[in-house]
Design a protein around this ligand. Structure first.
Ligand code: CA
Length: 219
């Protein structure tokens, strides 16, 4: 997944680039509004509002006018006006400086999940021999369509949004079932087990012991 980082402060940009790359994101860094608008279309934009050549709002407005790329604004002040204006201009979320890296990574994943299917992946996503068509709710493996239940499909689609990244059981329950789910995480394990069986190779879904799961193309 390609992240365009628009940030003129090198002291903020540098650790962010390192952290995002460690999390598996591809990062392109620019430090002006003009460069942001000229950059190749990314999968997500992290946009600082205080830029040397234009306000981040203007960048947000222009990006939104031509694409539905997810945008997370980075603001120096927790200012209600900034927040409302930014969201009105089409930003998907915002973080306030100083922010923890884990918080930012979680926001990126949340925004990506919310917008998946409509923006991040238009049409079919290909992962090795696996094809996921979110519009048609179809999954094809080695040319054969898999008969998945709706929950199994949602589960696979969620894990595939950022393949290789770990998704916690709690996030899975919140996204695939309901944010107010009061059942046990055993439900997730049961569905993972049946999805694994249908995928035919246990390595498609790796278990991160006690925490969650990640989708990986078997070697
Ligand atoms: Ca700045």
């Amino acid at each position: 997944m390609k992240v365009l980082l628009v940030e003129d402060d090198e002291d903020i940009a540098e650790p962010l680039i390192v952290g995002l790359r460690r999390e598996g994101f591809e990062v392109q860094h620019v430090s002006t509004a003009a460069a942001a608008l000229a950059a190749a279309p990314p999968d997500l934009v992290l946009l600082d509002l205080g830029l040397p050549d234009a306000h981040g709002f203007e960048v947000c407005r222009q990006l939104r006018a031509r694409s539905s790329v997810p945008i997370i604004m980075v603001t120096a002040r927790d200012d209600e006006i900034d927040r409302v204006t930014g969201l009105e201009l089409g930003a998907d979320d915002y973080v306030v400086k100083p922010f923890g890296f884990r918080e930012l990574a979680a926001r990126i994943r949340a925004v990506t999940r919310r917008t998946a299917g409509t923006q991040v992946f238009n049409g079919t996503q290909q992962l090795g021999s696996l094809e996921i068509d979110r519009r048609e709710h179809r999954v094809v493996l080695d040319g054969e369509e898999l008969a998945l239940t709706p929950k199994e499909f949602d589960l696979l689609a969620l894990l595939a949004v950022d393949a290789g990244a770990m998704v916690t059981r709690r996030d899975i329950l919140a996204e695939v079932w309901d944010p107010h789910w009061y059942g046990t995480t055993r439900t997730v394990d049961v569905h993972i087990a049946s999805l694994r069986r249908k995928l035919g190779h246990p390595d498609w879904i790796e278990t991160c012991r006690g925490v969650g799961f990640r989708l990986a193309v078997p070697q």
